[in-house]
Design a protein around this ligand. Structure first.
Ligand SMILES: [Zn+2]
Length: 485
């Protein structure tokens, strides 16, 4: 009997090793043939940037002053605004008369997870002309290059490194950082690989966290920091150097110890206003999980699920959506209360002059691109933040946080001609931005009919195995990086 059970154990072990070997071979294969796995779908929209374009009779939204500049003519050359004037500049440039429609800078979503090229098409259809992706895969670097090469039309993509985290809580989607030397190696490595910034989680060991922040600051690599707390004894140390802090939920979790404690919040805000870092509240993601837990399947039925890459839809369905759908009524009630308090935190930060950013966390938990950005802005409005501020957060603040305000964030000469054009004034109500009349991407004028066509294209993301290939490539690449470190 003993022998038999030992032999069964042996068979099981052999089977396990075989499965692991097959998986390993599959991972290697996936990494070695990215070009064929990541084949570009034929149905991507094309770039047609005119040499010059004159947009006439525009009400330009001045996001800096919070005012409208009426009756302006906007001259665009080589994708950038070259002149804005009250007089018609003449010169035989092709013209589009927008008859007093409102021209605001394109919106920037500073916290998304892009899983498919089509996500960037959907963003554009909603007037989100740039996004910052906060869990970088090697595929994102290729997509960013394709966009730069004008291979297809989509929102501009900024890409963070993989998420850097400590071994205790890290999962397969994150990069474990083991010690300070490893930290310094990875910071250099991700800069050299072409990532725009680092994404840093809060569960790093104190000395590892110090090494990440120190090296990033030494080589000028920006950092988006998940969680306002610090693994070190000094919670506010290093915050002067970050590009942004992500999630007000983390303020509730750490400095407030999950209590709806307005006194503790006041103390926290008092400290953080000395530093004034950019903060991305990401209310939309909490609103989304709250609705999953309260309205369940009825809420899921309202989501345009066909826009999601099927592999990532499956992954998030398993990893998080299911959990919220199973939540009991007590848990759902707690989520509703928490959402209210998170809005209160966002409002307090805004009232105290902390520069906020618009970031939806789209891509997680069935949150679709583009509309999630508008939902984030709407939740800020529900929190009592003024429309004027919200539109500034979504444009100028994003550009300033990335130190790119000479190129993005305003309808002004010298900046990219990325516009969202609406019939009604967005300064009166930011909800007026939700269905644009047209969008301009680097001078390419996309009218309503064409925006609807972009949305139709977005209903056909790449397939399940392409999505899986993107993730496997990331896992194998990180594994390889650690092997040669
Ligand atoms: Zn996120």
């Amino acid at each position: 009997m003993i022998f038999q059970s030992e032999s069964r154990k042996g068979i099981r072990r052999a089977a396990l090793i075989t499965v692991m070997l097959v998986l390993f071979m599959f991972l290697l294969l996936a990494a070695s043939i990215p070009a064929s796995v990541m084949v570009k779908p034929a149905s991507l929209p094309t770039v047609e940037v005119p040499e010059a374009l004159l947009v006439t009779n525009a009400n330009v939204v001045d996001v800096r002053a919070g005012t409208i500049l009426p009756g302006r003519h906007i001259l665009v050359e080589q994708g950038k605004v070259s002149r804005i004037s009250e007089d018609h500049p003449g010169g035989g440039v092709p013209e589009i008369d927008i008859n007093g429609a409102f021209v605001a800078p394109g919106l920037v979503d500073m916290h998304v997870h892009v899983h498919d090229r089509k996500d960037l098409v959907t963003n554009l259809a909603y007037g989100v002309t740039a996004v910052r992706n906060l869990r970088g895969f090697p595929a994102h670097l290729r997509w960013r290059q394709e966009l730069r090469d004008h291979d297809w039309l989509g929102a501009t993509l900024f890409v963070s490194s993989p998420v850097l985290d400590g071994p205790k809580y890290a999962h397969a989607l994150q990069q474990v950082v083991n010690n300070p030397d490893h930290a310094r190696f990875l910071v250099n490595h991700y800069q050299q690989s072409g990532y725009d910034l680092l994404k840093v989680y809060g569960y790093l060991a104190p000395d590892v966290y110090e090494a990440v922040m120190d090296q990033a600051s030494l080589i000028g690599m920006p950092v988006a920091k998940h969680g306002p707390y610090s693994p070190t004894e000094e919670p506010f140390k290093w915050l002067e150097t970050v590009q942004s802090l992500e999630h007000v939920e983390d303020i509730l979790q750490e400095p407030l110890n999950r209590q709806f404690d307005t006194d503790a919040l006041r103390d926290y805000v008092e400290e953080i206003r000395k530093i004034r870092p950019y903060i991305t509240p990401t209310l939309a993601t909490f609103d989304h999980l709250t609705q999953l837990s309260t309205d369940k399947q009825a809420f899921v039925d309202r989501i345009p699920l066909q826009q999601l890459n099927p592999f990532f839809k499956w992954l998030y369905g398993m990893a998080s959506v299911e959990r919220w759908l199973q939540a009991g009524s007590e848990h759902a009630e707690r989520n509703t209360q928490e959402l209210d308090f998170l809005k209160h935190i966002a409002r307090s930060l805004s009232d105290n002059g902390i520069p906020l950013l618009i970031g939806s966390d789209a891509g997680t938990m069935y949150m679709t691109a583009g509309i999630s950005t508008h939902i984030e802005m709407q939740l800020m409005q529900d929190a009592g933040i003024s429309d004027e501020k919200i539109i500034r957060y979504a444009t100028l603040n994003a550009a300033r946080a990335m130190q790119l305000d000479h190129e993005y964030g305003a309808v002004e000469p010298g900046r990219w001609a990325d516009f969202i054009i609406t019939a009604e004034n967005p300064l009166d109500n930011i909800r007026n931005l939700q269905k644009p009349l047209s969008v301009v991407k680097r001078g390419q004028f996309i009218d309503r009919k064409s925006l609807d066509e972009l949305l139709e294209l977005a209903d056909n993301p790449a397939g399940f195995y392409i999505g899986m290939g993107i993730l496997l490539e990331d896992i194998v690449t990180r594994w390889w990086t650690d092997l040669v470190a």
